[in-house]
Design a protein. Sequence first.
Length: 295
Amino acid sequence: MIHTFLRSIGFRDLTKNADLYLILESILNRPDEQNIVKDEYGNEFACFSKSFGTDIGITVCGNFINEKEFRMEYYYPYLRGSQITTNETIEIERHAAREAFAGICDELKLGVTLIFYIENIADILHEKRYAIHTSTGPDNAVLAGLATGGKILLPVMKTTKQLANKEKSSEKRLNLMKQARDGNKGAMENLTMNDMDLYSSLSRRIVKEDVLSIVESSFIPYGIESDQYVVIGEILNFYETENTLTNEKLWILNLNCNNLVFDVCINQNDLLGEPQVGRRFKGRIWLQGHVNFGY
């Protein structure tokens, strides 16, 4: 079955399973990276990865039935992020149907629980196998997203004073969120009052203004899969790359979304508009990440 987000890394025209199997077979025969680790039951689980461009590629995962026979369980496309996105406490949960994991953290910058697909599975299995009761979880995570479609939006113009006020307001809210998480009732009440004032202000502005001129950035869960989101974020940096096998052109965008900074990869044919620093990106993404342990 063809993965929905393969088009994001340059396999937009891949429609036949036979062609997909040839690509997956080439990854197994000539991988750029391979990790083989025993799971908690003693079975050998392997991940074979191959790069198809700058920071993009496909990973094939499965089990060794014996020394010579490998059974593929699943595969997924990936984008390697460029910087640490979150330092919040991360919990790791295993998917029910296969040897895959999700990262879960309460990201104060968003004010919601952030869920993402963990791509360094071998590190997780290694930790689970050799963990002791006093061990800690990941220290941080580098997040990235693959987008199946999106558009470029114009920036919301602000004066220097407005930018300074926004920064102060964000710092104040983040501080209140930290206090509220620690059980401070006063901070909880302040956040509630701030939300009521914000709702009142939005209700007045939406009558005369366009919603995209009011909402500068957003991070909203999409559909029934918990690691997919619709985001609006400011473009901090970007560059063009291409899939080395298909020669399809791609954009790698570095976004600031509610003060959360991460990279997004999208096929140029799926993006409406031209990216520029300061403009905004709006689109649906599959969020994945690499969790880092403090070895």
